[in-house]
Design a binder for this molecule. Structure first.
Ligand SMILES: *[C@@H]1O[C@H](CO)[C@@H](O)[C@H](O)[C@H]1NC(C)=O
Ligand SMILES: *[C@@H]1O[C@H](CO)[C@@H](O)[C@H](O)[C@H]1NC(C)=O
Ligand SMILES: *[C@@H]1O[C@H](CO)[C@@H](O)[C@H](O)[C@H]1NC(C)=O
Ligand SMILES: *[C@@H]1O[C@H](CO)[C@@H](O)[C@H](O)[C@H]1NC(C)=O
Ligand SMILES: *[C@@H]1O[C@H](CO)[C@@H](O)[C@H](O)[C@H]1NC(C)=O
Ligand SMILES: *[C@@H]1O[C@H](CO)[C@@H](O)[C@H](O)[C@H]1NC(C)=O
Ligand SMILES: *[C@@H]1O[C@H](CO)[C@@H](O)[C@H](O)[C@H]1NC(C)=O
Length: 613
């Protein structure tokens, strides 16, 4: 890819964003583009708060910190990050000890009731046996001011052997929790009276529905309409997957018996050839004009379900819900839904949060600044390992190395000192990410570099590492590469960095080249934008688990006693293309913010690693 093409795509992008917004204002009917929250934003829960004239969505975050992002929108089309429910390590110290890549914060439910926002979720220790009650830590956060993340409370905990809790208030203002029971034990949807302020469970848990036969009935939510309680749940062969679907049942009584909807499943992309798959885990809400909508998770994989590195993202679809009738969903869900009546917009979303699907163009780290709100760590960070503009390195971000590398102790657990890594979600099918690295390692094994990170046991990293020269004890900086996955990955390599590059800083680059391949490149920053491709990594490497790709930087001593810091600047994450299916076609290459419906070009030939010297 020539550098010129990046410039061109950036201009195209700007043009399509511009024409997109101009078009929307002059017409009542608008097209909606999915995902509405691109990148790892699974298990959405969304509400409309009339007082704020705003829609809010929470999503799950597993081991990512800060956790439980809240996005807000006025028009259901553009969404902005307004904070994180889990923003202080002290709120949930046990997140620092989570074992396993799929542990941490599972699906949240966000609700607004009596002037208070409630966020109910589960901290899961996924490596502990399903029967072990300490596997499931169910928690309730609250705030009166969703715009100020520091006002989210510490959680209260309540006992339940399961996950996906969701609150419901009955006509007497008594609060109940409906949740999914551990499915290897007693799968089904259970409900009890729970005091949301204290976490006290005030009745026995009662199983209210088994679902329609899917292996993991989960993600329950209750809605009351026209004298019926509607229970909506997600089912699948084993939770999220190609067979994922939403089913419903209803009853005249909160605790049942519930009668299934003869039209189940109400929402699914199973058995379609669509690019969006695994649609499910939905939440319903009504907009300012009374129209119903469903947010759900989806995976951009196509029916092949092989390459889905961005994991589970948030999508939206329209719903018709007539009086006394079952709701009817616009299902299956496409990447473009044309001709929708989107709500009237009043005001704008405040704050310095990034727009969902936003990019970082040439970010430096000026003195007195903070890291942007969308920057994330793997588990709560050791704050002192990330220093903005230290003396002598103004406008750089200093990373102090952790002893542990990105694999950590065993690919699963946290260990002493944590893992020095800072990144952001990949939010575009094709994206370019790079930064300049100033790193002068002194001790053998010291390493700093760029990473495509899903988890400790699913990632790929290209680093600068101090290692002995071949047949000598002289230590010289090498490029080192390593990937870890459940599928075959390119073998690790080390090769000396050309000596004439070493006076300069090194530009490290990671590109999502297409939907199947990532490319790591490096070059001396002074010769920007010239970089040499070093290795290609299949997207399948990180198409796994419950989260999605992070792109970021890391520093480690690989177990050694060194402490040489690394410095970064010119942090640049650039959107290239969003792939989504248009409503009338199968798979198209849609520029961000607009779906121009031109067919995908052929997939690029993976480049072979090249020798530098
Ligand atoms: C769930 O299924 C079990 C086993 O078939 C049955 O005994 C139980 O009554 C069912 N529960 C509900 C709430 O339908
Ligand atoms: C969704 O919106 C489209 C466009 O207005 C409409 O044709 C369709 O009937 C709606 N579907 C549902 C299920 O509400
Ligand atoms: C990364 O850390 C693990 C655990 O400490 C260690 O076994 C492994 O050798 C390290 N990797 C490298 C490339 O040093
Ligand atoms: C290192 O030594 C081995 C064995 O003596 C030799 O085959 C190899 O060419 C040497 N490598 C370099 C880079 O000198
Ligand atoms: C790198 O620095 C050394 C010592 O400062 C100098 O001798 C050499 O010419 C420089 N090389 C390049 C390519 O700038
Ligand atoms: C690191 O320091 C400890 C304690 O001083 C020492 O035992 C150990 O050998 C050192 N490790 C390395 C790799 O130098
Ligand atoms: C699909 O819709 C797009 C945009 O409305 C249009 O340009 C294209 O020709 C349509 N394709 C087909 C096969 O109808």
């Amino acid at each position: 890819m020539a550098p010129a093409s990046s410039v061109v795509s950036r201009i195209l992008l700007a043009l399509s964003l511009f024409s997109g917004s101009g078009w929307g204002q002059d017409h009542d009917l608008d097209n909606l583009f999915n995902p509405i929250l691109p990148g790892a934003h699974p298990d959405p829960s969304c509400i409309h708060v009339p007082k704020e004239k705003t829609y809010f969505c929470a999503s799950s975050s597993f081991n990512i910190f800060p956790g439980i992002p809240i996005h807000a929108s006025k028009d259901l089309k553009s969404w902005k990050l307004v904070g994180h429910v889990l923003n202080r390590p002290s709120q949930l110290p046990e997140l620092a000890e989570s074992v396993g890549s799929t542990s941490g914060i599972w699906a949240p439910t966000l609700r607004y009731h009596g002037g208070t926002y409630y966020l109910v979720t589960t901290m899961v220790h996924d490596k502990r046996p399903e029967l072990d009650p300490s596997r499931w830590d169910n928690i309730i956060f609250e705030t009166d001011n969703i715009w100020d993340e520091s006002t989210w409370s510490d959680p209260v905990h309540f006992p339940f052997q399961g996950y996906d809790p969701s609150p419901w208030w009955d006509d007497n203002e008594e609060s109940h929790i409906v949740a999914a029971h551990a499915w290897r034990v007693d799968p089904g949807i259970h409900m009890a009276k729970v005091d949301l302020k204290t976490g006290k469970v005030k009745s026995d848990w009662k199983k209210i529905w088994n679902g329609t036969g899917g292996l993991a009935p989960e993600g329950p939510r209750i809605y009351k309409k026209d004298g019926y309680y509607y229970l909506m749940i997600a089912e699948g062969k084993c939770g999220t997957g190609k067979e994922h679907k939403e089913t419903m049942a209803r009853s005249r009584n909160l605790y049942g018996p519930y009668d299934p909807n003869p039209a189940n499943p109400v929402l699914t992309n199973a058995n379609t050839g669509l690019y969006l798959q695994a649609v499910g885990h939905a939440d319903l809400f009504q907009d300012v004009d009374g129209y119903w909508w469903a947010a759900a998770l989806a995976v951009r994989s196509g029916p092949e379900y092989i390459n889905w590195p961005m994991g589970r993202e948030t999508v939206l679809t329209n719903v018709t819900w007539d009086r006394g009738a079952w709701p009817v969903f616009n299902s299956p869900i496409h990447g473009e839904i044309p001709g929708l009546e989107l709500p009237e917009v009043e005001g704008t979303i405040p704050g310095d949060g990034q727009a969902a699907g936003g990019e970082d163009v040439l970010l430096d780290f000026p003195p007195g600044s903070k890291l942007p709100p969308h920057f994330v760590y793997w588990r709560p960070p050791v704050k002192s390992n990330y220093v903005i503009s230290p003396k002598g390195h103004e406008n750089w971000l200093q990373l102090k190395p952790s002893k542990l590398n990105l694999t950590g102790i065993d690919g699963n657990s946290n260990g002493p000192g944590g893992i020095t890594f800072v990144g952001r979600r990949q939010a575009h099918s094709w994206a370019h990410f790079q930064f300049d690295l100033d790193f002068r390692p002194k001790n053998e094994g010291e390493e700093a570099g760029i990473a495509l990170f899903l988890s400790q046991n699913h990632h790929a990293r290209l680093g600068v590492t101090l290692l002995p020269q071949a047949n000598s004890t002289t230590l010289v900086p090498h490029f080192t590469f390593r990937a870890e996955s459940h599928v075959p990955v390119p073998p690790p390599f080390t090769q000396p960095i050309p000596t004439d590059w070493l006076n300069d800083t090194i530009t490290l680059e990671l590109r999502a080249v297409d939907q199947t391949v990532y490319r790591f490149s490096a070059g001396p920053s002074g010769r920007r934008p010239w970089v040499i491709p070093l290795v290609d990594v299949p997207a399948e490497t990180i198409s796994w688990g419950f989260t999605g790709a992070l792109m970021g930087a890391y520093a480690t001593t690989n177990g050694g006693n060194g402490s040489t810091p690394a410095y970064l600047k010119r942090w640049d994450y650039m959107a290239v293309t969003q792939l989504r299916d248009c409503w009338n076609e199968t798979l198209y290459n849609c520029r961000n913010g607009g779906c121009s419906c031109f067919p995908l070009p052929g997939e690029g030939e993976p480049a072979q690693p090249v020798r530098l010297v």
